[in-house]
Design a protein around this ligand. Sequence first.
Ligand SMILES: *[C@@H]1O[C@H](CO)[C@@H](O)[C@H](O)[C@H]1NC(C)=O
Ligand SMILES: *[C@@H]1O[C@H](CO)[C@@H](O)[C@H](O)[C@H]1NC(C)=O
Length: 127
Amino acid sequence: MSLLPLAAAAVAAPRIPLRLFGRGLAATMSTSGSLKSVDYEVFGNVQGVCFRMYTEGEAKKIGVVGWVKNTRKGTVTGQVQGSEDKVNSMKSWLSKVGSPSSRIDHTNFSNEKSISKLEYSNFSIRY
Ligand SMILES: *[C@@H]1O[C@H](CO)[C@@H](O)[C@H](O)[C@H]1NC(C)=O
Ligand SMILES: *[C@@H]1O[C@H](CO)[C@@H](O)[C@H](O)[C@H]1NC(C)=O
């Protein structure tokens, strides 16, 4: 048997724990980093186009909490909370992406603030 596989294993082995450590560190940093909260309202063709369902899916994918609902004036409104970078990703999605059949004309954000803890345990659709 050659020594090569052993040498390769010795080199490869430390990479696994290191990579896991890196990921754990990133997760710790994002949860202990500053949290923020923002209210949003999306204007355009955003009702009857699965906008809320896609918003919930995106929020869960990114890892933010909060809520989304239709308003009587044809817009979609809600609140997003999470680490600053995640909330920023969600703001960008709410401004530029939306559901596949929607048309976003404008999204306004208000009441943007730092919070010390999340006020929701998940992201939900309100009726
Ligand atoms: C968005 O703007 C509208 C009109 O300017 C305002 O009535 C509404 O409260 C705003 N919504 C949010 C979440 O800031
Ligand atoms: C989501 O959170 C809301 C309150 O923020 C709660 O009423 C609801 O039961 C939660 N749903 C799940 C599936 O955890």
